[in-house]
Ligand binder design. Structure first.
Ligand code: AMP
Ligand code: MN
Ligand code: MN
Ligand code: MN
Length: 286
């Protein structure tokens, strides 16, 4: 009997807020014993080509992204993340929306730094942008600057309520979640709701929204994730069964910006096969 492949469908590189380059990420995936890895940087496909070029033999790459979305059904709107797999990276409307969100992230990041500066905290936005190296900028990059300045010891501390988690937290201009699901489908991709019950991250959306999203084209739910308790993961799994959605499990690896390891959670081959069958961009094999 051949062993079941080890599949991790949610990781970040330096194309967003991970700390390994796309090439280092695929090499680390092999070292971690993965057979399939997805690259899912925030709001960008910029890491795809470098990951494909560096693919080690035996590793399969799923090209994806994690899209910053917002649900406007309540006030204030709730931010949420949509994983998108195997879509056409040149679909004009999706390309335009992702570029708009990346630009909005820069405006918001600079405003956060200005708020910190106004309170006498000496970190530099140009330095943060430069350290991000062209990747999608996020709060983890500001957290890294705070660590370099000796203000906090860890990223987790930087996301505490006195810092980026609340006091210096500003919203960004995300994509309406229904528009994002429609765009991903229009681009031939497979939309999966990332960590939908992660209460420890902040507010979550009601199950009724997930029912509506399923009717609007959502393909799956991420159940196994470090930000879900076992009860939350079980709830997501049951909801997926009820709605006929596929279920994934993933590490959401970020290199040293987080403590989670590659392969910490994995996806069943049956769910992976459904994603591959539904996506317009083929998986790449090394
Ligand atoms: P942003 O995309 O700028 O809103 O920042 C959110 C990102 O910060 C997420 O994608 C995670 O990578 C990271 N993050 C969120 N919450 C935490 C936390 N409590 N500790 C460490 N990293 C976090
Ligand atoms: Mn992140
Ligand atoms: Mn996320
Ligand atoms: Mn993520």
């Amino acid at each position: 009997m051949t062993p079941r492949p080890v599949i991790d469908l949610h990781t970040h590189s330096t194309a967003s807020d991970g700390t390994l380059s796309p090439a280092e990420l695929v090499r680390a995936a092999v070292e971690a014993g993965l057979d399939v890895v997805a690259i899912t940087d925030h709001d960008t496909t910029a890491g795809w080509d470098a990951a494909v070029a560096a693919l080690p033999p035996g590793l399969t790459l799923v090209r994806g992204a994690e899209i910053s979305c917002r649900w406007h059904g309540v006030e204030p709107a709730v931010p949420l993340h949509l994983l998108a797999y195997l879509f056409d990276p040149d679909h004009p409307d999706l390309v335009a929306e992702l570029a708009r969100v990346r630009a909005a992230r820069e405006v918001r990041g600079e405003r956060i730094v200005r708020l910190l500066n106004a309170d006498g905290i000496d970190i530099s936005w140009p330095e943060i942008i430069s350290a991000a190296g062209g990747g999608t900028v996020g709060r983890p990059h500001i957290a890294a600057a705070m660590i370099r300045a000796g203000l906090v010891a860890t990223t987790t501390e930087a996301f505490g309520p006195d810092w980026l988690g609340e006091r210096y937290r500003l919203p960004k201009e995300d994509i309406d979640v229904f528009r994002a699901v429609a765009l991903v489908r229009a681009a031939g991709g497979v939309p999966v709701f990332a960590h939908p019950r992660a209460t420890r991250r902040g507010r979550i959306v009601p199950d009724e929204l997930i029912v509506e999203l399923a009717a609007a084209g959502l393909a799956g739910l991420e159940a196994d994730h470090e930000d879900h308790s076992p009860a939350e993961a079980a709830h997501v799994r049951a909801l997926a069964v009820e709605l006929g959605l596929l279920v994934t499990g993933s590490s959401d690896f970020h290199g040293t910006h987080k403590t989670v390891r590659l392969g910490a959670h994995t996806t069943a081959p049956e769910a992976y096969e459904r994603i591959v069958a539904a996506g317009v961009t083929p998986v790449a094999s090394g």
